[in-house]
Write a protein that binds this ligand. Structure first.
Ligand code: NAD
Ligand code: TYD
Length: 354
């Protein structure tokens, strides 16, 4: 047990961002033990980690972060001294349908982890609880060139962002009340390989491949700030090791796109890679009923992370999106497997009335 320099519990490691974080830590830090703790909900998929599953410093534990006994058992069994907490319900549309699940996992689950860390770490040095959050807690911006900074007041609108905001507040409360060594980051929209195809980019790439309609909410004028997932994972590594206790860091690539413009870029690249004539899939664009409470614009000011810790994104968007589209087209079996079963029911329910 004492053979590892650190024992880091990564929650939600079988999900989209979590799998990139686990891969980075397992390969970059062979002297750390990485314990991937994940309930394997519809969004969790161990296939995302096939390339590292046999590494000697990797352990997978299936379980629910809301299970207090299991969580505290893991802290003692593996002598956990660091947590990178990503497990969450993460999709806004699902939160509109079922807010309770979001409160349970995102709020109560985070609280269970905080409680276990506090109980186990009393009097110990060099521990860290890293909570991975989202820019959506800050609310929505107008089309006025302003940005979310670390000091922007919380103003969540969706059940998803309300649950993440609440979890952020609990993390800060544990720092301020009990002195738990915590750090938080709030990141913009991620894209890249292994994202579950309920989210805009993989959903649209898959539909272009299959010649299915591309359901654009409202007028397609909402703006999101997109970051390549491996750049997020690198930021998490840096903040985990060098961030200051009690601090918050915004992560984003200064890369804003109106949905409709982004969709046209995806169509151009996907048609080219599929060998279709230019403009072939433009006719798939279908304007559908808007999402309820749809936040107009997100844009992150990540200068603090750049100035204090030297982080910057490694990929230009054009390069990142091309790489991403190629990955989904080259990994159609992964896509076909994750879109089987429950996903088909979700798709019918979500899109039939839009
Ligand atoms: P995801 O939905 O792809 O993965 C979530 C993972 O958490 C899945 O593996 C799932 O099985 C697991 N999980 C869910 N409920 C659980 C529970 N009760 N117990 C244990 N495991 C559980 O999500 P993602 O997009 O990878 O997001 C990861 C984190 O990053 C989330 O906290 C999210 O709020 C945050 N975030 C995401 C984005 C983004 O663009 N995707 C941006 C900023 C922040
Ligand atoms: P999404 O990937 O769900 O991320 P978030 O809502 O957390 O930003 O959606 C990104 C944007 O794309 C958002 O403005 C909603 C829009 N969108 C569509 O227009 N159609 C879709 O089918 C989906 C899933 C999203």
């Amino acid at each position: 047990m004492g053979e590892f320099k650190r024992n880091i519990l990564v929650t939600g490691g079988a999900g989209f961002i979590g799998s990139h974080v686990v891969r980075l830590f397992v390969t970059k830090y062979p002297d750390y033990r990485i314990i991937n703790f994940d309930a394997l909900t519809y969004a969790g998929n161990l296939e995302n980690l096939k390339d590292v599953e046999n590494c000697p410093n990797y352990v997978f534990v299936k379980g629910d972060i809301c299970d207090h006994a299991l969580v505290s058992g893991i802290f003692s069994e593996y002598q956990v001294d660091g947590v990178i907490h990503l497990a969450a319900e993460s999709h806004v549309d699902r939160s509109i349908e079922d807010p309770f699940t979001f409160a349970r996992t995102n709020v109560m689950g985070t609280l269970a982890l905080l409680h276990a860390a506090r109980s186990t770490w009393a009097g110990k040095q060099s521990c860290r609880f890293y909570h991975v959050s989202t820019d959506e807690v800050y609310g929505a911006l107008e089309m006025d060139g302003t940005f979310f900074t670390e000091d922007t007041r919380y103003d969540p609108h969706s059940p998803y962002s309300a649950s993440k905001a609440s979890s952020d507040h609990f993390v800060r409360a544990f720092h301020d009340t009990y002195g738990l060594p915590t750090v938080i980051s709030n990141c913009s929209n991620n894209y890249g390989p292994y994202q579950f195809p309920e989210k805009l980019i993989p959903l649209f790439i898959n539909n272009i491949r299959l010649g299915k309609p591309l359901p654009v909410y409202g007028k397609g004028e909402n703006v999101r700030d997109w970051l390549y997932v491996e750049d997020h994972a690198r930021a998490i590594d840096l903040i985990f090791h060098e961030g200051k206790d009690g601090e918050t860091y915004n992560i984003g690539g200064f890369n804003e796109w109106r949905n409709i413009d982004l969709i046209k870029v995806m169509i151009e690249a996907a048609d080219r890679l599929l060998g279709n004539p230019p403009g072939h899939s433009l006719g798939l664009i279908t304007y559908v009923k808007d999402r309820a409470g749809h936040d107009l614009r997100y844009a992150i000011d990540s200068r603090k992370l750049h100035e204090e810790l030297g982080w910057e994104p490694s990929l230009q968007f054009e390069e990142g999106i091309e790489k991403t589209i190629r990955w989904y087209l080259d990994n159609q079996e992964w896509m076909d497997r994750v879109t089987g079963g429950e996903y088909a029911d979700y798709y019918d329910k979500m899109y039939k009335n839009r």
